[in-house]
Design a protein around this ligand. Structure first.
Ligand SMILES: [Zn+2]
Length: 312
């Protein structure tokens, strides 16, 4: 009798082990063949409640990629809430503020400075000096590596003058924006390379998602891939203006974007975007929008339907 039970038990263990193996294999295959529609580990974890669900979407979410040439400036609007990611180059202040004014934006609940380069914080001091800001998010750097550029120091001075609350960008931090949610994914570690301390964020609204890479390079992408963060996004703000220092195939494959937005200037001296990156995005069937071709690019979603309109 005891022998029979033992036999049954070991057979049960074998069946459970086999089922687990098959399950793992199917999920792994699903990671590489997204068209199979098999959920990824990330999605399984999310659906199992390991990450808190967002509030039900109310109204519309708009994401404006403001054309500031070979620089970044992104406005997010949901209900009464607004957020800005980066503030263009030096000299873009009037353009950015006029654009925000034309959209009726009179305050910014969250402002993110992805990293200290002038093509991201060029006009940040003007934005801080002009509009009330609820919270400013940026990467902190060791004192020995703090930039000494006038642009960076002007930004710090404006933040200090206006007594704006500043958060150090911390992976996992969540900022609610109306019924949308902005989650900080990086920086995951310190780096001497300023591009690689970029504040990377993922925005979700209902079933739709956006991933904003700043100028993070492949080194950061690798960390994000192994970190286990949810990276899938309907819209990817391509890292580093489409430079080949970012957007590895493995990373793009994980993000699996339907749309890729590249903020790049007409005939820019860096030759952004790289043909290699364009080919990878094309291979993954992402529709590409570029500032040099399309001007301002605006995405609108109700949490399900996703529309895009462009200036040009
Ligand atoms: Zn840049």
């Amino acid at each position: 009798m005891a022998r029979k039970r033992k036999f049954k038990q070991s057979r049960l263990y074998a069946i459970v082990a086999a089922a687990v193996l098959v399950f793992c294999a199917v999920i792994q295959i699903g990671q590489y063949i997204p068209s199979l529609g098999i959920p990824s580990w990330d999605e399984l974890f999310a659906s199992a409640g390991f990450s808190e669900p967002s509030a039900a979407p109310e109204g519309e979410l708009q994401v404006h990629f403001i054309d500031v040439g070979n620089a970044d400036c992104i406005l997010i609007r949901q209900g009464e809430a607004s957020a800005l990611i980066d503030a263009g180059e030096r000299g873009d202040g009037d353009l950015i503020l006029a654009h925000l004014n034309s959209l009726g934006v009179s305050k910014l609940d969250i402002v993110i400075a992805t990293h200290p380069h002038a093509d991201h914080i060029g006009a940040m001091a003007e934005v801080v000096n002009t509009l009330p800001i609820g919270k400013f998010v940026m990467s902190f750097m060791p004192e020995s590596e703090t930039p000494t550029t006038a642009t960076y120091l002007n930004m710090l001075e404006a933040l200090d003058d206006k007594q704006v609350p500043v958060d150090e960008a911390s992976p996992g931090a969540v900022y609610e924006l109306g019924t949308a949610r902005l989650t900080v994914l990086a920086p995951l570690e310190e780096s001497k390379e300023e591009n690689n301390i970029s504040v990377v964020t993922r925005l979700t609204f209902g079933e739709r998602s956006f991933l904003f890479m700043g100028d993070a390079e492949t080194e950061v992408e690798k960390k994000l891939l192994t970190d286990g963060a949810v990276l899938t996004a309907d819209v990817l703000k391509v890292g580093h203006h489409g430079s080949s220092t970012s957007s590895s195939y493995a990373f793009l494959q994980r993000v699996s974007p339907q749309y890729a937005v590249i903020p790049c200037g007409v005939d820019n001296s860096y030759d952004h975007p790289s043909d290699k990156v364009l080919a990878r995005l094309d291979d993954l069937n992402a529709t590409i929008y570029r500032a040099d071709v399309h001007g301002h690019i605006v995405f609108t979603t109700d949490g399900k339907k996703l529309d895009v309109s462009t200036e040009k």
